[in-house]
Design a protein around this ligand. Sequence first.
Ligand SMILES: [Fe+2]
Ligand SMILES: [Fe+2]
Length: 392
Amino acid sequence: MVVKIKDNIYWVGSVDWEVREFHGYETLKGSSYNSYLIVDEKNVLIDSAKHYMFEELIEGIKTVIDPKDIDYIVVNHAEKDHSGCIGKLVKLSDAKVITNEKGKEDLNLQFNTEDWEFIIVDTGDEINIGKRTLKFIKTPMLHWPDNMVTYCIEDKILFSNDAFGQHIATSERFDYEVSSDELFDDAKEYFANILLPYKMLIPNAVNAVKGLDIDYICPSHGIIWKEKVEEILNYYMKWSSDNYKNKAVIAYDTMYNSTKKIAHAIGKGLSDEGVEVKIYNISKTPMNTIMREIIDSKYILIGSPTLNSNIYPPVAMFLAYMEGLKPDSNKLAVAFGSYGWMEMATDIIKKSFEKLNFKVIDDECLKCRFVPKEEYIKKCYEFGKKLSKITP
Ligand SMILES: [Fe+2]
Ligand SMILES: [Fe+2]
């Protein structure tokens, strides 16, 4: 599939309607691996796709030029979802590979690159390709050490790779063709699950981008930003700040509904005091959706039954996922659960909270033996109301 962006600049990406798993990210809407082709005195391909998209990528390029005529391949990031086809493309075209030192290191570890010709770039370097000039800006740790972005000066297009992406498969290509609310939700979910661990680097990166004259931001996943460039930049600033809403995320799993009852009773207490409450059963919700809601929440409550003197496995998995993504430490955190004869789960949850420097709030109603009866549920409800008055 090919879509013209500007004269002689094309999206030649691959839409992956079927992908449902992306290193722990449940991509229920699929994804796309966006490659871009610039036709000039030197023909440039910017990024490739997962290895199994090679045929689709080649078919797209063929509708514009003979793939053998690619002169340069820009590798903004050597993660396999973008580098998967590079080996075959270099073999086919003998193109020179433009990347930075780290990118070269990562490509050397993935391919036999002895015959490859590299052009190594650093921040601020420019390469003339005819009528156009490409400028490179390294964005290390957003989200790998090798990440960089490529800016086409004359056409005012930023090829941002993973930054500003969304994991969605669509037949539309531009932001003005799809629903804004859904698009920003998808961009937020992507941010919360891909960029969050290094969010302290985002404001500088966004300010650098704001200093450029931009007509289009072309990310490597999802929709191209055209009419909402300013908005997505502002959202990135907002999501990377430590502002939070008066919102609680309650995530739990349950064996015989006792932990679930506690979750709902505390949630009702919070909600009756005006707190926005989101309640998720961890086993029934993608972890990435819960993370999307956590990034701007004030409260995080996690519940688990004790099973075999341990935490319930799906909750353990979620904690491991959340710890890696390192949400802001300014949250009030509550561990709760139910048990039969020896309570273990809440201490494990609290250890996870401590690793993230959350402020832990405790209460006698948070560990329920067997089934929470009416009196107990009332205590949980009252705890929810009390919690709404505490600020981090
Ligand atoms: Fe990546
Ligand atoms: Fe990616």
